[in-house]
Design a binder for this molecule. Structure first.
Ligand code: ZN
Ligand code: ZN
Length: 128
């Protein structure tokens, strides 16, 4: 992060705090809807309760830009976007995270990945 970005961020927090009528909690993040950190107009700023929610907003924005559907997720194994619950796309969510902030993958990709990993393990076992 550059000095300029940091100062933009501080300014953004001040603007959101003023709009809310109280200071932002320390762990809160400010999200820029259009992705431009220098655009601190009120309707470009979203207060996020924490980093997890902020990440989720970025995930949804990326999904929307890639597929037109903010709920789509990118398979971590084949890089193809798909909406979880359709086909064999699943999201592995950690319980303390907002839903959607997990690792998305196709079950078929996962099986292939596991098979490959086992194959590599077997080879290394044989060489020992
Ligand atoms: Zn953001
Ligand atoms: Zn996949």
């Amino acid at each position: 992060m550059t000095v300029t970005e940091a100062s933009y961020r501080r300014r953004a927090r001040k603007i959101v705090a003023r709009a809310l009528g109280h200071a932002l909690p320390r762990k809160a993040h400010v999200h820029h809807v259009d992705g431009d950190e220098s655009n601190n107009s009120n309707n470009n700023l979203v207060a996020c309760e924490d980093m997890g929610y902020h990440k989720l907003l970025h995930l949804r924005t990326a999904a929307f830009q890639a597929t037109g559907n903010p709920h789509a997720r990118k398979c971590m194994l084949c890089d193809v976007w798909q909406v979880p619950g359709t086909g064999d796309m699943v999201v592995v969510t950690r319980s303390n995270r907002p839903s959607g902030d997990g690792r998305a993958r196709h079950l078929s990709c996962h099986r292939q990945y596991e098979a490959q990993r086992r194959g590599v393990d077997n080879q290394s076992n044989e060489s020992v």
